[in-house]
Design a protein around this ligand. Structure first.
Ligand code: NAD
Ligand code: PRE
Length: 365
């Protein structure tokens, strides 16, 4: 008989995990979502095999239960299932961006003969919903697990085996360390991105030209400000202490920068940027995580209809797959720049050769 996986919350992450599990296991996937629409889409996209009508019904007989709901909800639901009948030996996990409060609530499951292991796949997107789910979303990303002290190591291995289709790299942290680090590398940057957008919105009130000029660097650094506000509200509320500490540190940092500018200390300003560049350039680039792995190729294209299909046609003709394509807006009035992303260095090299043969100017940054 097939084993049963129950996914609660069929959005971007729940859907992607379900697809990744299906790739490696012959399982029956049951889903539950508060939104009937998401459930319907998940069924029609074959992300799940069956829709549960309630949490109680969904957990029944499930071998693996995954919470992929917003973190405040997950905290409640993990406690709620403690009143239901759960299969002995089942593993319960979650994918929430915060861990301390969720893992704390999982203590209610201690007497239920199941094992709770907190989880957080460190990859995602600013998109939401099951339509955006992809089985390869977590490929090469870190997948943090936060088993509580004394957790049976066999359960941790079992969970990693369930999740091997994610092709992520598993790493174990305490829930506290997780929240401190995720606060610094993920939660806080989202606050900064949103604050930069607010700053421009205020300036726009005085000079509307500013948003038309906001391209390149501004767009890159604020992409994540387009993320789901409800999700980020919950994360900030959950990770309050780490974020308040980070905000204090950041305020001090900005005071230092302010002083450097006021004093017109050219050398110190140079060092400030140089040190940041050295650190960032030294971050691992072949993994998803702090810096995603991109094999980008830039192509100058004249601004005329059909040019994108010509470029993609050339790639298709040589069976080169793209992982992403984007028109950079900086030069829209003169000449377009296409940014093509590939899965490997080899794909990028082949694309460059074939596009150059067709007289396209290409370059790698
Ligand atoms: N988006 C990311 O980049 C990312 C990455 C890693 C982890 N996470 C975490 O994954 C979780 C889900 O995020 P997402 O991006 O998939 O969000 P999403 O909005 O795409 O999906 C969340 C789903 O949960 C459903 N839901 C909400 N309340 C519910 C309830 N009470 N019962 C059942 N379903 C309910 C929603 O209807 C929605 O379909 C969050 O905890 C988030 O912190 C997100
Ligand atoms: O790529 C993005 O859009 C993300 O914001 C993904 C991101 C991140 O901050 O890196 C967001 C939240 C998660 O908990 C993990 C990954």
């Amino acid at each position: 008989m097939k084993r049963t996986v129950f996914v609660v919350g069929l959005g971007l992450i729940g859907g992607s995990i379900a697809l990744a599990i299906r790739k490696e296991h012959d399982v029956h996937i049951r889903g539950y979502d508060i939104s009937g629409e998401q459930l319907k889409v998940a069924l029609s996209l074959k992300v799940i095999d069956e829709a549960a009508t309630s949490l109680r019904e969904g957990v029944e007989g499930a071998d693996l239960i995954i919470f992929a709901t917003p973190v405040l909800k997950t905290e409640q639901l993990v406690e709620e299932i403690a009143q239901f009948s759960l299969k002995t030996g089942a593993i319960v996990t979650d994918v929430g961006s915060t861990k301390v409060r969720i893992v704390g609530k999982a203590k209610h499951l201690q007497d239920k003969k199941v094992t709770f292991i907190g989880g957080h796949p460190m990859a995602g997107s600013h998109k939401s919903g099951v339509e955006a789910a992809r089985s390869h979303l977590f490929e090469n990303a870190f997948y943090i697990l936060t088993p509580a002290e004394g957790t049976d190591v066999r359960a941790v291995i079992q969970l990693q085996n369930w999740l091997k289709g994610t092709k992520a790299t598993f790493i174990e942290l305490s829930a506290e360390q997780h929240d401190r680090l995720a606060g610094a590398i993920s939660h806080f940057p989202h606050v900064i991105a949103a604050s930069l957008v607010h700053q421009i919105a205020k300036i726009e009130g005085e000079d509307p030209l500013v948003s038309r000029l906001a391209a390149g660097g501004f767009r890159d650094i604020t992409r994540i400000a387009s993320s789901n506000p409800a999700m980020w509200r919950d994360i900030l509320l959950h990770n309050k202490d780490s974020l308040l500490q980070l905000l204090e540190g950041w305020t001090r940092e900005m005071e230092c920068v302010k002083a450097l500018i006021e004093e017109e200390s050219g050398e110190a300003i140079f060092t400030y940027f140089q040190e940041a560049k050295d650190f960032r350039d030294g971050l691992p680039v072949r993994k998803k995580g702090a810096i995603p792995s991109f094999y980008d190729l830039f192509v100058d294209v004249p601004d005329h209809p059909g040019v994108i299909s010509d470029v993609t046609g050339i790639l298709a003709q040589h069976q080169i797959s793209l992982t992403n394509i984007r028109i950079l807006e900086t030069r829209e009035d003169i000449m377009g720049v296409l940014r093509l992303s590939f899965r490997s260095e080899e794909d990028r090299e082949r694309a460059q050769i074939h596009l150059q043969q067709e007289m396209y100017d290409t370059y790698i940054l």
